[in-house]
Ligand binder design. Structure first.
Ligand code: XIL
Length: 341
């Protein structure tokens, strides 16, 4: 019998996993119950899933995950109130059904912005109100920084229609609806990259100065066996901690390929790659433990290699980014995370 990951890490921080509702039953559920004490919905709490039309909310799938967490004494994260993808197109259409992003008339653009922010405000309040007693940790906005876009702000439909104001609107609505006890995060990937980190820092600092209620930064941490450096990952968390913010590793996985690798190992993953992965996972968790004052939780984006978004992204190839294999057996990476203690 192998040790429990969450129990082993209990003195440091919670350990989480992203799941789909169907994984609350069967062998996957057993694996989760043993090893994690934190859950997040991989897809079913995203805007298009939970709020597919202006007057329609789908709670059923989200509720299944909430119920599973409660039954098993696990905490939850909410992912995500706002995103530029997996969001219903209805948000960005004016009352005549035209795309707000196409509007050029200044008066109509002003009216569209107002309408979009009103929709956003209702969206956030309705969802936060429903889950505020069940979910303490919330991704309010996801992936709003893009250093290559004008201003360093992602040129999403949100941004094109409302400018950066949508971010403050979402955080304020979440705080008003949820009260002081829920924790509100700005979540992004690649926060280790100094350029992106610094743009995110500038944005967050400005918002905090205006009194916008942000509690912390979510660092997705989709990394691979070759990079980025653990120093840069930790330096970013350090920088945000100095602003008084909390840090969570929100979507951890470690691809066995570099981003642009066109190979596919299929079922024959070289052993040295799994060893490399194990060593790096061990070093990473050592760094997290040594900095437990600034790392308040680690959530994996999945739990076992049979179910990972990285099998299909950025290209279709067999990946193995997690701590358990396709048969739910502990990989060298699991033992490294345990034995690095
Ligand atoms: C991914 C899911 O894992 C996939 O099932 C879905 O098809 C696309 O989204 N960053 C995020 C997550 O913030 O929401 C993404 O999840 C992975 C990258």
């Amino acid at each position: 019998d192998i040790p429990s990951l969450a129990e082993t890490y209990a003195e440091f921080f919670p350990i989480g996993a992203a799941i789909e509702p169907f994984q609350t039953e069967g062998l996957k559920a057993e694996l989760l119950k043993k090893h994690v004490n934190w859950l997040v919905a991989e897809n079913v709490m995203k805007p298009d899933a939970i709020h597919p039309a202006e007057d329609q909310y789908n709670w059923t799938n989200a509720d299944r995950i909430v119920a599973f967490a409660k039954e098993n004494g696990m905490e939850l994260r909410f992912h995500t109130l706002v995103w530029h993808t997996q969001v219903g197109a209805w948000f960005f259409k004016d009352p005549e059904g035209n795309l707000m992003t196409d509007e050029t008339d200044p008066a109509k653009r002003e009216a569209n912005k107002k309408l979009l922010l009103e929709r956003l405000d209702r969206h956030v309040r309705t969802i936060v109100d429903r889950y505020k007693d069940d979910i303490a940790s919330w991704d309010v906005v996801n992936e709003v920084i893009e250093p290559a876009d004008p201003d360093g702000m992602r040129a999403s439909d949100w941004y094109k229609i409302a400018g950066a104001d949508y971010i403050a609107t979402a955080f304020r609505a979440a705080r008003e609806a949820g009260g002081p006890d829920i924790k509100l995060y700005i979540n992004d990937y690649g926060t280790d990259d100094p350029k992106k980190r610094d743009r995110l820092y500038e944005l967050v600092k400005g918002l905090l100065d205006e009194g916008v209620p942000i509690d912390g930064v979510g660092h997705q941490t989709h990394i691979d066996v070759y990079g980025p450096s653990i120093e840069n990952i930790m330096a970013s968390m350090q920088k945000f901690a100095e602003l008084g913010l909390d840090n969570i590793v929100t979507e951890l996985d470690m691809s066995i390929y570099s981003w642009n690798d066109r190979r596919d190992y299929g079922a024959d993953i070289p052993e040295d790659i799994l060893t490399k992965q194990a060593d790096r996972y061990g070093e990473l968790f050592r760094a997290f433990r040594e900095n437990k004052e600034i790392v308040s939780g680690v959530v994996f984006w999945g739990i076992a290699d049979d179910h990972s978004w990285l099998d299909g992204f950025p290209v279709k190839r067999t990946n193995a980014p997690l701590l358990f294999d396709r048969q739910y057996q502990a990989k060298p990476a699991f033992w490294s995370v345990i034995d690095s203690l």
